[in-house]
Design a binder for this molecule. Structure first.
Ligand SMILES: Nc1ncnc2c1ncn2[C@@H]1O[C@H](COP(=O)(O)OP(=O)(O)O)[C@@H](O)[C@H]1O
Ligand SMILES: [Mg+2]
Length: 239
């Protein structure tokens, strides 16, 4: 038996009223266990694609499959359940709730997973330990550095044990040292089996990852895996 790809976009397009084609016709397959970078200039459609991969947004054309399920065929509640079970998100500006401590912020990652509150907090403490912040559990976001906030956000993303972690410029608001720690954590997560997709502006970060998908004007212009150039449409090595 073969496992369905974690994500499969087929000719996915996204346009907005006024003729903005954020995404033109993107086909991308992400297999279980991959660690990939999505790179490209600002406005090239990276976040639009990530939101579509994460089922936060729907394409106007084309199809999206998550773990083999065509998301257009799922009801909103099934889609939420699929997202809660399979996907974790990390954003540039952390998106933590102010005034709630780190444990509560991480526990919120289990809100839609049907886990009772007490167990949510216990699992949140374990997730904080994985990002080496067990000693900061009772601190609120304003008592944490940028790098620590992002580690809390990573803990919130991983507490539900997702197969896929989607990170949109996770180091974009951090200094080099904190960004390095965040990337190290993403590598560790990947080594333990989570598929990880990272949007980054930073070519050095992109070059440190085994697969790089490059965007321009809403399209994939190159897709390089372990040194081999892949055809952006077929995902196979070009001839
Ligand atoms: N909600 C929206 N309404 C209209 N245009 C949008 C919307 N979201 C994104 N866009 C446009 O789509 C294009 C791609 O945006 P985005 O995916 O955010 O790019 P990136 O993440 O690569 O910077 C940009 O031209 C942006 O202005
Ligand atoms: Mg963006």
């Amino acid at each position: 038996m073969t496992t369905a790809p974690v994500i499969e976009l087929r000719d996915a397009g996204k346009s907005y009223p006024g003729g903005v084609h954020a995404l033109r016709s993107v086909s991308l397959t992400v297999e279980e266990g991959e660690l990939l970078a999505v790179v490209g200039p600002s406005g090239s459609g990276k976040s639009t694609m990530l939101n579509i991969m994460g089922t936060l947004d729907k394409p106007t054309t084309g199809t999206v499959r998550v773990a083999g399920y065509d998301v257009s065929e799922l009801s909103d509640s099934r889609l939420s359940a699929l997202r809660a079970r399979h996907i974790g998100f990390v954003f540039q500006h952390f998106h933590l709730a102010a005034g709630r401590d780190a444990v509560d912020n991480v526990a919120d990652g289990l809100l839609y997973a049907g886990v009772p509150p007490k167990e949510r907090r216990a699992r949140a403490r374990e997730a904080l330990a994985r990002v080496r912040l067990d000693h900061r559990g009772s601190h609120t976001p304003n008592e944490l550095s940028g790098g620590e906030k992002q580690r809390v956000a990573i803990a919130r993303a991983l507490v539900g044990k997702p197969r896929l972690l989607l990170a949109d410029e996770p180091t974009g608001a951090l200094d080099t040292a904190s960004g390095g720690i965040v990337m190290e954590l993403l590598h560790e997560l990947n080594a333990s089996g989570t598929t990880v997709c990272v949007i980054t502006h930073d070519n050095e970060i992109a070059d440190s990852l085994p697969r790089r998908v490059r965007f321009r004007d809403g399209e994939i212009v190159s897709d390089i895996r372990s040194g081999a150039l892949l055809d952006p449409r077929t995902q196979k090595a070009g001839s």
